[in-house]
Write a protein that binds this ligand. Structure first.
Ligand code: COA
Ligand code: AMP
Length: 633
C-alpha cells in the first residue's frame, strides 16, 4: 500500500532523524541541533541535542509576532462559577511574562522546580507557561489528590515555589485547596520558600505571613520577564504518575522533542489547523491536560478551551454540547467515561437537539479502553468520526491512532487503529518472540521512542530502566497487554501490572494496599479493580484482620475507606471493602488478584495450577456475592 499513512510510517522508522528533522521546521529554534537523534547515551536517547529553544516563546510570543495577537488563545468556561472568559494571545503573553516576573522575583531560575496545585482556571496554564518561559521545571499535581500525595511530590521535586488557589469548583462542590496545601507543606520534609495563591471569590484562603503571596498583588508589582533560552534536552516538566508502589514515578518531558511531536500530532493525528478551536475535556493535572489543553493547541496557534465543569450535573448532560456549540469547537478529546456518564443521564441524547453542532468535526477518546457500546452511541448521535487512541502519561502523545490528517482508516470498534508514525509497536510472548496476528501478548515499542516521550524519570535513571526497559531488552514495556490483527490494527486489552483505570484516572492498587496495610487491625490485604459500568473500573479491597480484633467489621471498613481518601485522595474512589478469612495465594505466597478480579467480574477463570488451597476461592466468591459482586454459587 502506498497511502500517506504507510509512507509516513515507514519513513519514521527507516529514517527517524530525517522524519523528525523535517517536522522540527515547524518550531522556532534559537539554535538548531547538532543531532536530531542522539544515541550516544543509549538507552537514554535524546532528541535535538545541541539545540536551544524556548517552549513558551513557541506557544505564545511567536503567535503574537505572527499576527495572532487578537485571536483567543484560551477560552475559559466555568459553568458553576458562571464565567466565560476569552484570553487573547496578546493577553496571554502579558499574563505569562508578568507571572514569570513574579517567579523570577522569588528566586526561580532555569532548572528550579515549581509545583502547581491548581483547579481548572486559566492561571494554571499561565503558571505552567511562565515556568517554561524561565526554563524552570513545573510539576502540576492533580487537585483530587490528598495532602499526603502532594507532600510526596513536594519531597521528590523539591520546589522553590508552589502555586495554588484558594479553592476549586468540583461539580457543585467547592473544594478548599489552601488547607490541603498547608497540610502537605507541614507533612513534607522539603519546605518551599514561597507559595503564590490565587484568591477566588468562593473561598478566602488563610495566608501565612512572609511565605504566602497573593497572586493578584504579586502580579501587579511584577516586571514582565523575557523568554530564557534553554537546551532542547532540558526538562520542561515533571508529571508524577502512579507506579506499582506508593512512590509515584516522576515522568520527565523535555523541551525540544516535546514541541516537535505535539505540533506534528495536531496536524497529522487530529487534523486540526491553526486558528481552529480545540477542546480537551480533561484536567491540567493529567497528561492529557498538559499535552492537549495547554501545549499542543497553543504551539499550533489554536484556541484551546479550558472547561471547569463536568460532563453531567453542570448543569446537565447537555453541558458538552453547549460548550461545543457556544465556542464553535471543531475537535473534542475526552475519556470514554465522560460519554458513559452523558449516555446514562440522557440515553437518547435528547439534549443534543438544543444545540447547533454543524461545525463539529471529530471526537477523540483515550485514557481507558473505549467500550464499543459507548463509541457507537457517540457515532450514532454526533454523526462524526469517533476516534479511539491509545497513550500513556509516559508517552505524552498517542502511540496508536487513526491519524486523521494522514489517512482515515475504517474504524474497527475496540481498536485504537494503527501505530502512529514514530512508534514501532510489537507484541511479544513470554519468550520475547513476536506473536502472530491475533495472539495476545505484551505490547512493547522498539527503541528509540519518538520525540516527546519520557527521556527518564526524575532523579531515578535506574528506576526508569527497571520499570520500562529491563524486561524486554531493546524495547519500551508499555505494561499493557494486547494484540495486532492481520490489518495492523492494535487492540489494547488490559494492564499487566497493578494499575487500574477509574473514570479515566490512573491509580495504583499497590498504593491503596499500602494504605490498607497501615490500619492497625489489618493483617493482610489485597485491592483489585472491578468492572464498573460508568467509571470503567472501581477499586475493591479485601482485608484479613489480625487475630483477636474485636472492633465491629463495619467500623473497620469505614475506617479504611476514610484512610484511603485521606492518604491518596477522593480521586481514588475507594468506597468498598470486605473482610475475608484468608486470601487466595499460590504456593509461593503470591496473592491471586487476577483470579479474584475474574470472580468479581463474573468472568470464567481457570483454577491456577499453583494455588495453595482451592477452597479459598469459594470463600472469596461468597464474600463477593454478599456485597453484590460475583454470582451466587
Ligand atoms: N479536585 C478535588 N476533588 C476532585 C477532583 C479535583 N480536581 N476531581 C475529582 N475529585 C473528586 C470528586 O469530587 C469525587 O469526590 P467524591 O468521592 O466526594 O464524590 C472523587 O474525586 C472521584 O471523582 P471522579 O472519579 O471524577 O468521579 P465523579 O463521580 O465526580 O465524576 C465523571 C465522574 C465520569 C463525570 C468524571 O470522572 C469525568 O468527567 N471524567 C472525565 C474524564 C477525565 O477527565 N479523564 C482524565 C483523562 S482524559
Ligand atoms: P495514563 O497514564 O493515565 O494516560 O493511563 C495510561 C493507561 O490507560 C494505558 O497504559 C492503558 O492501560 C490505558 N489506556 C489509555 N488509552 C487507552 C485506549 N485508547 N485503549 C485502551 N487503554 C487505554
Amino acid at each position: 500500500m502506498n497511502n500517506a499513512y504507510d509512507i509516513a510510517y515507514r519513513r519514521s522508522l527507516d529514517d527517524p532523524s530525517g522524519f523528525w528533522g523535517e517536522a522540527a521546521a515547524d518550531i522556532k529554534w534559537i539554535k538548531t541541533w547538532d543531532k536530531v537523534l542522539d544515541e550516544s547515551k543509549a538507552p537514554f536517547y535524546r532528541w535535538f541535542s545541541g539545540a536551544v529553544v524556548n517552549t513558551c516563546y513557541n506557544a505564545v510570543d511567536r503567535h503574537v509576532e505572527e499576527g495572532r495577537g487578537a485571536q483567543a488563545a484560551i477560552i475559559y468556561d466555568s459553568p458553576v462559577a458562571g464565567v466565560v472568559r476569552h484570553i487573547s494571545y496578546a493577553e496571554l503573553q502579558d499574563l505569562t511574562a508578568r507571572f514569570a516576573g513574579v517567579l523570577a522575583g522569588l528566586g526561580v531560575a532555569k532548572g528550579d522546580r515549581v509545583i502547581i496545585y491548581m483547579p481548572m482556571v486559566p492561571e494554571a496554564a499561565v503558571a505552567m507557561l511562565a515556568c517554561a518561559r524561565l526554563g524552570a521545571i513545573h510539576s502540576v499535581v492533580f487537585g483530587g489528590f490528598a495532602a499526603n500525595e502532594l507532600a510526596t511530590r513536594i519531597n521528590d521535586a523539591a520546589p522553590k515555589v508552589i502555586v495554588s488557589a484558594s479553592c476549586g469548583l468540583e461539580g457543585q462542590k467547592v473544594i478548599a485547596y489552601k488547607p490541603l496545601l498547608d497540610q502537605a507543606i507541614e507533612l513534607a520534609s522539603h519546605k518551599p520558600a514561597h507559595t503564590v495563591i490565587l484568591a477566588r471569590p468562593q473561598v478566602v484562603a488563610t495566608m501565612v505571613a512572609g511565605r504566602d503571596l497573593d497572586w493578584a498583588e504579586a502580579v501587579a508589582g511584577a516586571k514582565p520577564h523575557a523568554c530564557v533560552p534553554v537546551a532542547a534536552t532540558d526538562p520542561l516538566y515533571i508529571l508524577y504518575t502512579s507506579g506499582t508502589t506508593g512512590q509515584p514515578k516522576g515522568v520527565v518531558r523535555d523541551n525540544g522533542g516535546h514541541m516537535v511531536a505535539l505540533k506534528w500530532s495536531m496536524k497529522y493525528v487530529y487534523n486540526v489547523a491553526p486558528g481552529e478551536v480545540y477542546w480537551a475535556a480533561s484536567d491540567v493535572g493529567w497528561v492529557v491536560g498538559h499535552s492537549y489543553i495547554v501545549y499542543a493547541p497553543l504551539l499550533h496557534g489554536c484556541t484551546t478551551v479550558l472547561y471547569e465543569g463536568k460532563p453531567v450535573g453542570t448543569p446537565d448532560a447537555g453541558a458538552f454540547w453547549r460548550v461545543i456549540a457556544q465556542h464553535k469547537v471543531q475537535t473534542l478529546f475526552t475519556a470514554p467515561t465522560a460519554f458513559r456518564a452523558i449516555k446514562r443521564d440522557d440515553p437518547e441524547a435528547l439534549l443534543l437537539k438544543q444545540y447547533d453542532l454543524s461545525h463539529f468535526r471529530t471526537l477523540f477518546l483515550a485514557g481507558e479502553r473505549s467500550d464499543p457500546d459507548t463509541l457507537q452511541w457517540a457515532e450514532r448521535y454526533l454523526k462524526v468520526p469517533v476516534i479511539d487512541h491509545w497513550w500513556q502519561t509516559e508517552t505524552g502523545w498517542a502511540i496508536c491512532a487513526n491519524c486523521m490528517g494522514l489517512q482515515q482508516f475504517p474504524v474497527k470498534h475496540g481498536s485504537p487503529t494503527k501505530a502512529v508514525p514514530g512508534w514501532n509497536v510489537q507484541v511479544l510472548d513470554e519468550g520475547h518472540h513476536n506473536c502472530p496476528p491475533g495472539q495476545v501478548g505484551a505490547l512493547v515499542v522498539k527503541l528509540p521512542l519518538p520525540p516527546g516521550t519520557l527521556p527518564t524519570l526524575w532523579n531515578a535513571d535506574q528506576r526508569f530502566i527497571d520499570s520500562y526497559l529491563y524486561e524486554y531488552p531493546g524495547y519500551y514495556k508499555t505494561a499493557d497487554a494486547g494484540f495486532i490483527d492481520e490489518d495492523g490494527y492494535v487492540y489494547v486489552m488490559s494492564r499487566t501490572d497493578d494499575i487500574i483505570n477509574v473514570a479515566g484516572h490512573r491509580l495504583s492498587t499497590g498504593a491503596m494496599e499500602e494504605v490498607l496495610a497501615s490500619h492497625p487491625d489489618v493483617a493482610e490485604c489485597a485491592v483489585i479493580g472491578v468492572h464498573d459500568t460508568m467509571k470503567g473500573q472501581l477499586p475493591l479491597g479485601f482485608l484479613v484482620l489480625k487475630a483477636g480484633v474485636t472492633k465491629p467489621a463495619e467500623q473497620i471498613l469505614k475506617e479504611v475507606v476514610t484512610l484511603v481518601r485521606e492518604r491518596i485522595g477522593p480521586v481514588a474512589a475507594f468506597k468498598t471493602a470486605t473482610i475475608v478469612q484468608r486470601l487466595p495465594k499460590t504456593r509461593s505466597g503470591k496473592i491471586l488478584r487476577g483470579t479474584m478480579q475474574k470472580i468479581a467480574d463474573h468472568e470464567d477463570y481457570k483454577m491456577p495450577a499453583t494455588i495453595d488451597d482451592p477452597g479459598i476461592l469459594d470463600e472469596i466468591e461468597d464474600s463477593l456475592t454478599a456485597i453484590g459482586y460475583a454470582r451466587a454459587r
